[in-house]
Design a binder for this molecule. Sequence first.
Ligand code: BGC
Length: 763
Amino acid sequence: MTRLHRFGMLTLALLAGTMAMGQSANDAKMKAFIDALMKKMTLQEKIGQLNLPGAGDIVTGQASNSDIAKKIEQGQVGGLFNIKSVAKIREVQRLAVEKSRLKIPLLFGMDVIHGYETVFPIPLGLSCNWDMAAVERSARIAAIEASADGINWTFSPMVDISRDPRWGRISEGNGEDAYLGSEIAKAMVRGYQGTDLSRNNTIMACVKHYALYGAAEAGRDYNTTDMSHQRMYNEYFPPYKAAVDAGVGSVMASFNEVDGVPATANKWLLTDVLRKQWGFKGFLVTDYTGINEMIDHGIGDLKTVSARALAAGIDMDMVGEGLLTTLPQSLKEGKITVQQIDAACRRILEAKYKLGLFEDPYRYCDENRSKTEIFTSEHRREARKIAAESFVLLKNDKNTLPLRKGGTIALIGPLADSKENMPGTWSVAANLQNATSLLAGLKEAVGSQARILYAKGSNVEADKDLQDRGTMFGRTIARDERPAADIIAEAVAIANQSDVVVAALGEASEMSGESSSRTNIEIPQVQKDLLAALLKTGKPVVLVLFTGRPLALSWEQANVPAILNVWFGGSEAGYAIADVLFGDVNPSGKLSTTFPQNVGQVPLFYNHKNTGRPLGEGKWFSKFRSNYLDVSNDPLYPFGFGLSYTQFSYSDVKLSTSNPKGNQSVTASVTVTNTGKAEGKEVVQLYLRDLVGSVTRPVQELKGFQKIALKPGESKTISFTITPETLKFYNYDLKYVWEPGEFEIMIGGNSRDVKKAKLNWSR
Ligand code: BGC
């Protein structure tokens, strides 16, 4: 070690020491403040802090007349959520800090899931960006806007691993992979919370839904989950833990049961794992009526389930008021203790303290900020860029894309001219009128250089009820009541007059999201009929696919020359899609979930186990092997997949050593070359396989990735460092260990097309 280096280390150590001392001095100050406050609190006031009622319909200027006002004045409310506007929030906060006995400020939460008014792609889409700085920026901007409008707490990030595209909420998470999911969880927490929660433009994050919500049986929302602890620890827990490691301020319990006990009352999950094993220090909130729903789960009446939730580790009760109404009686009966109530109350007060609310309850209520920092052109520019890099090019035969800005372009489809549909599910703060439709985006992009013709071509669904379910919450898409054949004929006529057809098809925004599970994961049949008719014209057809989940696209893959998956790209998606269609942005998104060939393969994910009867590479069917009679085991599009307007070639993998020992580290590198004609970005992915373990190990696990930019002809050598830490997993006894032996290293541009090398790691 050089002297300079040593000096640097020493300074760092001193700095860390001073920071730790600073931290503990702050903690002591906070503790003293809260001790003093809690001494003044009655039991009912303490329980009041645990209450997070629904805000109901609070109208500006009339908050004091609302039902909730009396409760706030009586100290029966700890926070409210999903109230929009700084004026309303200020008014409600005033009730708390002027009319309640102890003047304790309220938390104001909101589902700021993928942006506030500037809306970013739905999380599943954003996760295909693979640029963690971009992900962090999206959360940062969301925090700036939300905090400028009175919000200090967001119910995000949602990090539920899901391998089931039937489940509507797969749209809200980051896909199927624990490693990618963990990196995103950390980036989101950093983006929301920054380095100082008490600043007026940072907000408290809430990681959800703890835990395993994405593994609902049959992909049906709120359904039971049941899995081995090994699978939990290795494949489903890591993103929640990553958020905790990143310092997330709160955690939301999930609706589902875990090991036969609803998460909301599962002490092992909430206390033993979360607090004791992972060291979580923040507070735990239920999901919406999560406590009350345990009556239907069948574990007792409201009093019983409320007591169980508190005893398990829940601190705050969203909407149901089970804690508020039953804890006093449970205490009398000895079912819970004062210490449990105190601990929960303290955690809520600590959150308020950390947000700086005791110092200034109106810290997040700056009318001026709300006028100048929301939906700004700078934020929108960023959202457009991030969206364009989240789209995934699934197919591009004969360079159908990019399109030329010239000639006549037919834009056809029920999703082509609906701005309300663009932001996607869970965009509660969005002003839907502010979003840009694809039609408007295309028109602006081509200006007078090309002619754009538009026709609807079909409804979203033939059945009106089905369409209504997928277009709720103001995301209406007007229906055309003419016979389907007439609507198609009109579109075909327009296609016939054009040089190229852009078909905007797929799901409407509420066909995914909460309580939007589907058993058929194809594009609705009316739209497929339209697509078939458009293909028949012989014109080149580009499918711009809107979706909140992986869809089964075998027919489209076989028949449509180009497919660009745009998810729901947010308020700026109309522009961003145009950017990619015309090649102003070269697509670089890579799938964070496997796309199956058909729904019968579900759950299908890349990091599966080998089984005792693997099919073997390149085979379709073999009797008495693990496979299907009617379809191969292959996905339609593998995890990590996504095309570009250029091509990348990969060299063989070079290892710094193939026989490492003990704590040594290994460098694995490849040289990636842009062999095409356009500048582009590539996500270089590192996978690993532990060939022999004390327990069975997945055939592949993502262990690293880097998104790089390459000019035509340019090469870069990309290196990954592999250490024993990289090899670790939870063994049969749930110990986090690495085991010596053989490992396969795989590097490539997706999980299927990889270059391989072997390592033999000894103790
Ligand atoms: C959802 C949560 C959400 C909450 C509050 C629930 O229905 O499951 O994800 O944060 O509502 O809106």
